[in-house]
Structures are given as C-alpha cells and as structure tokens.
Design a protein around this ligand. Structure first.
Ligand code: FMN
Length: 300
C-alpha cells in the first residue's frame, strides 16, 4: 500500500500499551467476507424499534436465530476477541429485564458479554453484535441496540455474567407492534438522520471529500446507514488511491468504539456482496486531527 503520510497531517502518535505485540497478532489479518450470510438489503431494512408485541421469538425464526448465535460464538471479531452472545427470554426466573421505560413490550433479548480489559473488545462487540442484529432483520425481526438504557444488574443475572466479563450491549428482539413509550418516541424522532457523505468519506486526507461516484459508493453508503450510540456516526473513512480505505474514529466516548465495529461489519458485508476482495489490517497510520486511526481495508 502506498504511504499516505505525505497527504495526512500527523499530530499524535498512537501507541497503546503493548502495541508491538498487538500489531504482530494482527498480522493474521481478517479476510473480508468469509462466511457471511447477511446482505446490503438487511442493512437498508434495519432500523431501531422500541415497541414490541410482547411475544417472544418463536418457531423457525427462533431455531435459526439460536443456530446462528452458536455459530457466532465459535468465531471471533476482527481484532480476535471472542464475544459471548446469548438469547434470553424474560420469565419468572429472570424477573423483569429492565430498560428504564425506553422499550415497550419486549419479552426476548440478545446480550453480548466479553472479557474485561481485552484490547479492542468494544470494536469486536459491535462487530459481532451487528452481525446478529442484521441476521435477525433478515428473519423479519425487530431490534434496537442498547448500550445505556438497560438495567445491567437484571441482564447480568439472566446470562450468568462471570467475574471476568462485562456486558456492553443488549437488544430486544421480537415483533414490532403495540404502543411506543414516550421516551422511545423522543429518541426515535431524530434517529433516521445521517450525516452527509461529505462529512464522513474523504480522498487522501481528512479535508478532501470523496466523490459520490467512488467505486466503493455502495459499500460506503452501507456504512453511512449504520446505527450508532446517540446516532453519533463517529466513522471517518479515507480512500488511499486504489490501495484501500483507512478507518478513523471521531468518537469521544467508549461506546463509539462499538459503533466503529458496527461500521466495519457493514463495510465487510457490502464489500463482499459487491465482489470486492481484501483484508482488514492495522497499518502504521497515525491519528489525524480529531480522529483516531483504527484499521484499514487493504484491497487484494
Ligand atoms: C452502540 C449503540 C448503543 C446504543 N444505545 C442505545 C440506548 O442505550 N438506548 C436507545 O434507546 N438506543 C440506543 N442505540 C440506538 C441508536 O439511538 C440508534 O441506532 C440511532 O439513533 C440510529 O437510529 P436507527 O438505528 O433507527 O438507524 C444505540 C445504538 C448503538 C449502535
């Protein structure tokens, strides 16, 4: 890949603890598109739903969902972290799985647990969880990722959270219907909005907007549609000539790291569907103004 150092202003050098060891691990890079069953159509159809009919997932949908969860639990995220995904239904054993009044009528949920203190665990949580969300969308099921408005105590008990684990995300999963809560309506009112292309995708540096007729336009549009915490859309993507695309995060909170994993998931699904091949690799790119380098898609 050509060096883009000359076209990108470097301010801060990104050296997390044990970075060299970490980089070495990442030389086992992730080939884009292996084993994916989700589609761009799933990405475009997904939207957050906060009102449910009260029925748990049932029938063939439940069988497919649990089989897919088992499959995901055998795999790891792009950064190598295993995420423990679990399907749960609220019942007399679990008690009420609380969502602070934001979600109405949900009986069944997914939860994502992972090891504490692992490198890039939040990115991998977002990446693996979004695969599950999109798979559920493909089955006609409604979801909404929750990183804040859920009771960690009740969900932790329901999935038997272990001492060395944390529980970053859950989502109701089920059938859309019934009344929306007031809070749910307030959150929903602006959630369909997305930043314009020119604020997200760039050519060579973070100042030059990328042409909307870029050959990866459909792939980048799939990223633009991704859900994010408080709809922050922290992803910034810089095209590096014909060599690939660098992913940066303008996120300010921990939860934005999950958003970045979700963006990578969308990029991967769309790139594979459009027939592009390549790998996600961590390169020696530095952070740029207000954006932190994460990973690159290297064509090949
Ligand atoms: C990592 C993450 C955390 C989120 N946390 C919450 C939450 O705690 N409560 C909530 O109501 N919505 C939450 N959302 C949903 C976002 O508000 C929603 O995805 C965004 O507004 C875009 O709307 P859309 O999903 O309908 O496209 C979260 C989304 C993501 C990706």
């Amino acid at each position: 890949m050509p060096d883009t150092a000359s076209s990108i202003t470097h301010h801060i050098t990104f050296v997390p603890p044990n970075y060299t060891a970490y980089m070495n691990r990442l030389f086992i890079s992730h080939t884009v598109g292996e084993g994916l069953v989700m589609t761009i159509e799933n990405i475009m159809n997904r939207k957050s739903i906060r009102n449910y009919t009260g029925e748990p997932v049932h029938g063939a949908a439940l069988e497919k969902l649990t089989a897919f969860i088992n499959e995901l639990n055998e795999s790891a995220g792009i950064f190598g972290n295993k995420i423990r995904l679990q399907y749960i239904e609220s019942n007399s054993d679990t008690g009420k799985l609380g969502t602070y009044g934001v979600i109405k009528g949900a009986r069944s949920f997914f939860a994502a647990a992972c090891k504490k203190n692992a490198y890039y665990y939040m990115e991998d949580v977002g990446y693996q969880f979004e695969k599950l969300v999109l798979f559920a969308t493909g089955l006609g099921l409604a979801t909404v990722i929750l990183g804040g408005t859920f009771s960690r105590g009740s969900f932790s008990r329901a999935i038997g959270l272990k001492e060395d684990e944390i529980l970053p995300l859950v989502s109701p999963v089920g059938y859309a219907g019934g009344k929306k809560s007031l809070l749910g309506r307030m959150i929903k009112s602006k959630s369909g909005d997305r930043k314009p292309w020119s604020e997200l995708f760039f050519d060579g540096d973070l100042h030059t907007p990328l042409s909307e007729s870029d050959e990866f336009a459909a792939v980048l549009e799939a990223v633009r549609r991704a859900p994010s915490a408080i709809n922050a859309q922290p992803w910034r993507i810089v095209r590096d000539g014909g060599a690939g695309y660098h992913f940066y995060s303008a996120g300010k909170i921990e939860m934005n790291r999950a958003d970045m994993g979700i963006a990578l998931c969308h990029f991967e699904i769309a790139a594979a569907e459009k027939g592009f091949t390549g790998q996600f690799q961590v390169l020696e790119q530095n952070n740029v103004e207000n954006a932190k380098y994460l990973i690159s898609f290297v064509r090949g």
